[in-house]
Write a protein that binds this ligand. Structure first.
Ligand SMILES: NC(=[NH2+])NCCC[C@H](N)C(=O)O
Ligand SMILES: [Mn+2]
Ligand SMILES: [Mn+2]
Length: 300
């Protein structure tokens, strides 16, 4: 029997302020995501895109500085419910963003099914802000904190429980732009982080070996949340918050291949692809290439 992957597109751009990232799911489909996974002999269930309620102009909640809070909550609620159902059917959820605020819904739906869900956060950023520490009010800078139960109650309490994950089950890879409040949280909660400094010193093979054995010991499922801005902007230019000095294309493929070999992953998402800021759909193409490695494309 073929393994089943359920693809859910989330055309969300309300978690940040640059338009176009809502076209990420189409860009990845256009770059051949479905065909690639089918070639790798998976049975694909493409559930299409979740409808997003778009306000005429950006809204800010009176009780907080969070932008478009109501719409972000609504979309993540829907996403969480869909992900939950797919896992119940024993399908592997693969989510296409959209900005990174959608990880709130993914993690809500997934974490219902695990005691100790592990999370690999492949990103230039920590996304560990809350309303109090955020420099921008953009919810895409908050999903990892929200999943730890930190932040606005409407976000932390999606599906009616919090927290979704434990700090010791998180590994951040590729960080190079952390706000002061995020650094504090990482220190206080003991979150494992491989910054670009560690990547340079240790190399990707060692970083992934350590990540895999660390998560293998303590988790019963692992979600990969891959923000394309984790890669260097020369190789993935179509992102809203690029930071130079990132992970290379080759290192990223190796990371995906090592994850595939580990058989640890139980869900994944690819986020922050913005075709308007891209060069000829390069970033979506990189994302689809990485999916290939993650799902077993290599010469054996
Ligand atoms: N998912 C992302 N690209 N996040 C970028 C966050 C940038 C910054 N730390 C903020 O809170 O606004
Ligand atoms: Mn990022
Ligand atoms: Mn991110």
């Amino acid at each position: 029997m073929k393994n089943k992957i359920s693809i859910i597109g989330v055309p969300m751009d309300l978690g940040q302020s640059r338009r176009g990232v809502d076209m990420g799911p189409s860009a990845m489909r256009y770059a051949g995501a479905i065909e690639k996974l089918e070639e790798l002999d998976y049975q694909i269930h493409d559930l299409g895109d979740i409808p997003i309620n778009r306000p005429d102009k950006p809204t800010t909640d009176n009780s907080s500085n969070l932008k478009n809070l109501a719409q972000v909550v609504e979309a993540n609620q829907k996403l969480a419910e869909m992900v939950d159902k797919e896992i119940e059917k024993r399908h592997f959820p693969l989510i296409f963003g959209g900005d990174h605020s959608i990880a709130i819904g993914s993690l809500a739906g997934i974490s219902k099914h695990y005691e100790n869900l592990g999370v690999i956060w492949y990103d230039a950023h920590g996304d560990l802000n809350s309303g109090e520490t955020s420099p921008s009010g953009n919810i895409h800078g908050m999903p990892l904190a929200v999943s730890l139960g930190i932040g606005h109650e409407k976000l932390t309490n999606i599906l009616g429980f919090a927290p979704k994950i434990k700090p010791e089950n998180i590994v951040i890879i590729g960080a190079r732009s952390l706000d002061p409040g995020e650094r504090e949280l990482i220190r206080d909660r003991g979150i494992k982080v491989y910054t670009m400094h560690e990547l340079d010193r240790m190399g990707m093979p060692k970083v992934m070996e350590e990540t895999i054995s660390y998560l293998k010991e303590r988790t019963d499922g692992v979600h990969l949340s891959l923000d394309l801005d984790g890669l260097d902007p020369s190789e993935a230019p179509g992102v809203g918050t690029p930071v130079i000095g990132g992970i290379t294309y080759r290192e990223s493929h190796l990371a995906m291949e090592m994850l595939e070999e580990s058989k640890l992953l139980t869900s994944a998402e690819f986020v922050e692809v913005n075709p308007i800021l891209d060069e000829k759909n390069k970033t979506a193409t990189v994302a689809v290439g990485l999916m290939g490695s993650l799902f077993g494309e290599k010469l054996k």
